[in-house]
Structures are given as C-alpha cells and as structure tokens.
Design a protein around this ligand. Structure first.
Ligand SMILES: NC(=O)c1ccc[n+]([C@@H]2O[C@H](COP(=O)([O-])OP(=O)(O)OC[C@H]3O[C@@H](n4cnc5c(N)ncnc54)[C@H](OP(=O)(O)O)[C@@H]3O)[C@@H](O)[C@H]2O)c1
Length: 220
C-alpha cells in the first residue's frame, strides 16, 4: 500500500511518515528533502499560481503509484490583520491550505476512481477565530469541511480530520512565538496514527493541551 504525505518533509507530517512507513510505502512532499531513510521525497512548492499548481500536481501524480492513503499536512504560519496582508500572501495561504488539497484530491479521484483513506490536518484555528490569522483560520475551517463533505462521497473510504493545538515545530521558525508547553509533534502523530486505526467513515478529533488529550468531536 502507498501513502502520500503532502507536507511530509518536516514536523508533524514527517513524524506521520515515519509511523506509516511500517504499513505503507511512503511518499512525502515539501520544499526541502529531509533525507529520511525509507521516505521518498518529491519537492513540490504549493504556493504558486493556479496554472503552475495544476501542472505540479499532475506531474506529481503521474510519478506515483496508486495512492491508498493521502495525508494533507502542509501548512505555514501567517500572522497579520487582513489589511496588512498583500494579495500574494492571501493567494499563498489559500493555495497551500485549501486550493491545493482540493485540486489534488480531485485529481486522485479522476486517476484512480477512489481514495481509500484521507487524513486532513487542520488546527484549533479550524474553530477558533483569530484576528491576526484571518486567512489561516479560514483555510483550516475550509479544509475541515472539505474532509467532512468528501466523507459523504462513496469514493472516499475513511476520512480523519485531525485538529491539533500548538506544536513545537518549524512552523514557528519565523516568529518570536513562545512554544513553551506546546505539544510535541511525535506525540501528536501517535494520537493521529492511533485514531486512524479504528473503524469509521468519518472522524473529527481535536488534539489538545493543558492537559494533553484527544477529544473525538464526531465519528460515524
Ligand atoms: N505547529 C503548530 O503549532 C501547529 C498547530 C496546529 C496545526 N498545525 C498544522 O500542522 C501541519 C503541520 O505543521 P508543522 O507544525 O509540522 O509545521 P512544519 O514543521 O513547518 O511542517 C509544515 C510542512 O508543510 C510544508 N509546506 C509549508 N509550506 C509549503 C509550501 N508553500 N509548499 C509546499 N509545502 C509546504 C513544509 O515543507 P518544507 O518544510 O519542506 O517547506 C512542511 O513539510 C500544518 O498544516 C499546520 O498548519 C501546526
């Protein structure tokens, strides 16, 4: 079986890749190759204009075997009130956070007529409004609903929407964010991996801190 992890080159996605490598041949994408044994990396920058994105996703899928599990973990931090963001920043966030997963899953379904499993990594920003993260919160809410809607499509096998709280990863590399007390990515990956093993068509879990816990919001 084959797993494709978009945003698998760092942090949570890389930890998930290591865990899933026990059961799957794992392909990862990102903007740099972490050189992790057993994980096959393709460089794909998703913050590009729509036509280039389409070509990159077509080329990626053409290079891969049939995908049994898609993990969508790509994301980046973007701080600033809406009027402080330029058009390029808005386009980059919507591309990485929502347009790319939609275009990728559309292509997977067209290519193989099914997607046995999908894990969409969102955030507490999926349901928590944040004035200095307006587009980030919007795409995370959108990705969560994309997963929920797709779970009603019989071509999708199982869909897990996983919404973690703050994690100590490269996500915060550009800011001065105090990451004290945040979740460790290997622990979060273990929770997602464990949740995924259960029998469901759709499951939405929140992975929270203080205290560290997993709350199942919905499962069916
Ligand atoms: N860290 C947190 O506090 C936190 C909390 C809740 C949710 N999340 C979400 O968790 C997911 C994983 O984040 P993380 O914390 O593990 O951060 P991370 O270590 O920075 O990993 C992010 C991944 O996304 C990829 N990525 C980012 N921008 C990209 C772009 N323009 N094109 C292609 N790939 C891109 C990165 O690739 P490269 O490194 O190769 O560029 C990397 O593989 C994200 O969806 C994030 O929104 C994070």
């Amino acid at each position: 079986m084959n797993a494709l992890i978009i945003g698998g080159t760092s942090g949570l996605g890389l930890e998930l890749g290591t865990l899933f490598a026990g059961n799957y041949r794992v392909f990862i994408t990102g903007r740099h190759d972490p050189g992790r044994n057993g994980l096959t990396c393709t460089i794909v920058d998703l913050s590009v204009e729509r036509g280039e994105l389409a070509s990159k996703l077509d080329a990626l899928l053409a290079s891969l075997p049939s995908i049994d599990l898609l993990v969508y973990a790509a994301g980046f931090s973007q701080q600033g009130a809406l009027e402080s963001l330029d058009d390029g920043q808005i386009a980059a966030m919507t591309s990485v956070g929502l347009v790319a997963p939609a275009m990728l899953i559309q292509r997977i379904l067209r290519k193989q007529n099914e997607l046995p499993a999908l894990i969409a990594v969102t955030s507490t920003s999926q349901w928590t409004p944040r004035p200095h993260e307006p587009i980030y919160t919007a795409v995370k809410a959108g990705l969560g609903m994309l997963g929920n809607s797709l779970s009603l499509d019989p071509k999708l096998g199982k869909v897990l929407v996983a919404a973690p709280a703050g994690m100590v990863t490269q996500f915060w590399r550009e800011g001065k964010k105090d990451t004290t007390g945040m979740l460790e990515a290997p622990w979060v990956a273990q929770q997602i991996f464990g949740s995924f093993q259960e029998d469901f068509r759709y499951k939405y879990v929140r992975i929270l801190r203080s205290p560290q816990r997993v709350e199942v919001v919905e499962t069916r």
